[in-house]
Every structure is written in structure tokens, then in C-alpha cells.
Design a protein around this ligand. Structure first.
Ligand SMILES: C[C@@H](O)[C@H](N)C(=O)O
Ligand SMILES: C[C@@H](O)[C@H](N)C(=O)O
Lengths: 159, 159
């Protein structure tokens, strides 16, 4: 049973903006991210879930320093595309289990989420790729998350 | 201006399940993914956006073959955690722009989303990592998406 997890990554310079109830039609994602790129704002994570009744939310993360300008740009777009409103938050952190080939073996996400549950850490957002399972959590819980995930995945501190 | 995009990846064996209106509290993600892992079901992409009013949706993708069993497991969990319902869909595809260091340079997501807009392809879900910007779209549009993204990012066919 090869442990495919190579390490735990975390980032505490995380602020998020959610554009709430965007119309789910072609061109909306472009309408939000083209102005941000033109303003020179680097977007880290982007999350959009499947829409229900033709509306969905679109969330992205930026550094704390970029948040004020990102909010300014996004508020204008929110009006223009007819989304309901945009909300933002700071005090977040990104925690990731990093590995290879995790998707072909069930259980890594389950294991990560069960550790978070045992530590009573609320998972605010989830996004995955073949090599990473990433959760957004409260910044205040990131040390606990790093510690429990190292323990759960049998990693030495610093991996 | 180095083109950091290495290629376009796509996958047409994509079915999704969304657990609608899950309570946003510790343990809910574990409650969904532990039973799936125990049933030996490989989950590919997981997406959860930030909650509004303490509820959010949790979506994951599986292969078409695994969908019936995944639905069976998930429907039981949906009841148990007090989520509103679970919905599923087939006929989807995953399309990704693959590159390195994209997040430190604004514009790659904007470029991808603008190509989708120009081709009038609706983006149903978005998830990102440092090396990939992934969109879930209709399976029927995947050939168009692959073609326009190759063109937009200056890639030869097959990259
Ligand atoms: C919501 C947004 O992603 C929209 N579906 C688009 O294609 O741009
Ligand atoms: C919704 C789900 O992710 C929940 N917040 C949890 O921590 O399990």
C-alpha cells in the first residue's frame, strides 16, 4: 500500500471574493476575469460549482494586498453582468494534500476530510487536481490542519 | 512574453453528482466521501464553493460506469446529512489549459474564458490549480473547445 502523498502545502495569504448569483451563460466568466487581468491582479484559485436554476456563484482568491483593488474591479463587473452582489472575506488559508496518482486510488480525499472533521475544522471550499486536494479554511485553524494532516498521512514535519 | 501554456487536456468520460444544499459544518465532506471510498469508487474532481447562509453545494465527478453506484451511495448520505437532494448528469467533458507558473502571471484564465465565450461554449464548473485551469462543459462542445484553445494559446494540434 504505497503512500502516494508527498506533502502538505499551506498558504495563509488568502482573501476571497464571491460573485453571488451570476447568470449561467457564455461570457460571464470572461466578463469577470478579463478586467481583473487588465488591472494586473493575479488570481490564485477559481471555483465555480454547477448551477441550479441557471444561477451559480463564482469565487476566486487573491492576496490580501490585492483585495481592495480586486473588490473595486469586481463590484463594477457585478453590476454589469446582473449578478446579485459580490462579497469578500479575509482571514482564510489554503491547505492542500499533495501527491501523485491520487485520483486513481479512492480514499485520499476521504482521509483528508475525515482528519478535518476529527479536528473540527470547517471546510469552506474544495478544489482538486490530479496532484492536489485543496481546502480553504479559516486562517486561525491552519496550524491544526497542517499538524493533523501530517499525522494522518504519516509525514514528517516539513513534508 | 513566454507562453507558459504547455498543452490542452480533455476528458470525455465525465459524469457529475451534486449534493444540493448541504449544511456547512465540520464532518459533512467526510460523510459524503468516506462511503464513496469504502465502495471503491474513484472520485476525479471535487468542487465546493463558499457557502451563503450556512448552506453550499458539493459536486464531484466520476466515470460514466461508476455513476449508478455513486448515485446509490450518495442518495443515502444525502438523507443522512440533511442535504436537500442530490442531482446527477452525464454528457459532460473536462477541458483544461495546462501550464507552469500561470498563477503568478495574470491573464491565462481570462484568455481561456474569453475563448469559450467567443465559441459560445457555456462553462458549467471551474476549478484551478497552479498548473491547470479546468472547466466542465457539455461533451458535445469539447471538440470546439480543444480547437479554439489550441488556436488561442498558439499550440500545434496534439499539444
Ligand atoms: C458562470 C460562467 O462560468 C458562465 N457559465 C460562462 O460560461 O462564462
Ligand atoms: C460542506 C462541507 O465541506 C463542510 N463544511 C465540512 O467541513 O465538511
Amino acid at each position: 500500500n504505497i503512500n502516494k502523498v508527498r506533502g502538505i502545502a499551506h498558504d495563509t495569504n488568502v482573501a476571497k471574493i464571491t460573485v453571488v448569483r451570476v447568470p449561467d451563460q457564455p461570457g460571464v466568466a470572461a466578463a469577470i476575469f478579463v478586467p481583473l487581468a487588465e488591472a494586473g491582479i493575479s488570481v490564485d484559485t477559481i471555483v465555480q460549482n454547477a448551477s441550479i436554476e441557471n444561477c451559480t456563484d463564482l469565487t476566486f482568491t487573491v492576496t490580501r494586498d490585492d483585495l481592495p483593488r480586486a473588490i473595486e474591479v469586481t463590484e463594477k463587473v457585478t453590476q454589469r453582468i446582473g449578478a446579485e452582489r459580490c462579497v469578500s472575506a479575509v482571514g482564510l488559508a489554503k491547505i492542500s494534500v499533495v501527491g501523485t496518482g491520487m485520483q486513481s486510488t479512492p480514499g485520499y480525499a476521504a482521509k483528508m476530510f475525515r482528519s478535518m472533521k476529527d479536528a473540527e475544522i470547517n471546510i469552506q471550499m474544495i478544489t482538486t487536481s490530479e496532484i492536489k486536494i485543496t481546502c480553504i479554511i479559516s486562517e486561525g485553524r491552519v496550524e491544526d490542519a497542517v499538524r493533523v494532516l501530517h499525522k494522518e498521512f504519516g509525514l514528517a514535519r516539513g513534508e
